[in-house]
Design a protein around this ligand. Structure first.
Ligand code: SF4
Ligand code: SF4
Length: 300
């Protein structure tokens, strides 16, 4: 039985591929984007959100903590990094929701039992299951088993990827993946590395290889004011699109500061800078530029 770490399953999603979808969020990501929307997805292992404002001072966590000092540890990020064993006993004991477990091991069968609940909506809307994260292919065996079984059950499958997985792992999932939602975080090599810790060339090589294999790809363009919302980035994107054969369309996505609040509640995250979201008119302007060059696109 193939199992993996999942940190959320969201039903009725409408921006993660065609139709109404159930999005399964897998833990683990090779990138460390400074604007990450889901910082709790980065590490594969289970961890905790701690929200002190919800603590009711009941001390239940103290009783189960092998360090006997759960609250002191939880309240101090450095102590937490140093002493917390990530045993998550405190999360199970906390009655108020101040300690929230992030990540649970589920089997393929358990995930698909949840996904199967919405088959009727998938059929009516042309939707299905989307694997997101994190990077779904950070858990390649689990990701492959999930799409393979969903495909066998007749469920439309999408994988949302950052593009930084092994090419062989992409090729393994491709026969069972109806669509790939491919994040284009930047097209400037230095800026890409500065903001993600990864290599643009590797991402582009994977993208071109998958395109050559006939993958049906949607390019997802996350735009952040004063970072990658530049004329040269849009021009690079246009040139990239023109050299690919199988891109269906481009989705323009505004930065959202959601990750900032989340990162404060994690021990193993240093916080995210305060970026600015672009205005709707800025995004529409990008969409007009792309459309004028013959590129179908949508602003999400
Ligand atoms: S997860 Fe950390 S703080 Fe919580 S009980 Fe275990 S060691 Fe203590
Ligand atoms: S168990 Fe939860 S509510 Fe109780 S003291 Fe610990 S963190 Fe606070």
């Amino acid at each position: 039985m193939v199992c993996g770490q999942v940190f959320d399953i969201q039903r009725f999603c409408v921006h993660d591929g065609p139709g109404i979808r159930t999005t399964v969020f897998l833990k683990g990501c090779p990138l460390r984007c400074t604007w990450c929307h889901n910082p709790e997805s980065q590490r594969i292992k289970s961890e905790m959100f701690f929200s002190p404002e919800v603590c009711i001072d009941c001390r239940a966590c103290e009783k189960v903590c092998p360090q006997s000092s759960a609250r002191r540890i939880l309240n101090d990020r450095n102590l937490r990094r140093k002493h917390c064993e990530d045993c998550l006993r405190c999360a199970g004991a906390c009655p108020s929701g101040a300690i929230e477990r992030i990540g649970i091991e589920l089997s393929v069968e358990e995930v698909l039992a949840e996904v199967d609940k919405d088959q009727i909506f998938f059929n009516e809307s042309g939707g299905g299951m989307t694997l997101s994260g994190g990077e779904p292919l950070a858990q390649p065996a689990f990701c492959t088993a999930l799409v393979k079984e969903a495909y066998r059950r007749g469920i439309h499958t999408c994988i949302q990827t950052c593009g930084d997985a092994k090419l062989d792992d992409y090729l393994n999932v491709l026969p069972y993946t109806h669509m790939i939602l491919w994040d284009i975080k930047d097209t400037d090599p230095q800026r890409f590395t500065d903001h993600t810790g990864a290599d643009l060339k590797r991402m582009l090589n994977n993208l071109r290889a998958l395109d050559a294999e006939g993958a049906r790809i949607v390019l997802r363009l996350l735009l952040i004011k004063d970072v990658n919302l530049t004329e040269s980035h849009i021009e690079n994107l246009i040139n990239l699109y023109k050299r690919l054969e199988n891109v269906l369309h481009v989705e323009i996505i505004p930065y959202h500061p959601l990750g900032q609040a989340k990162s404060h509640r994690l021990a193993h995250h240093d916080g995210t800078p305060a970026y600015q979201a672009p205005s709707r008119s800025m995004l529409q302007q990008v969409a007009s530029t792309l459309e004028a060059r013959g590129i179908p696109c949508v602003v999400l």
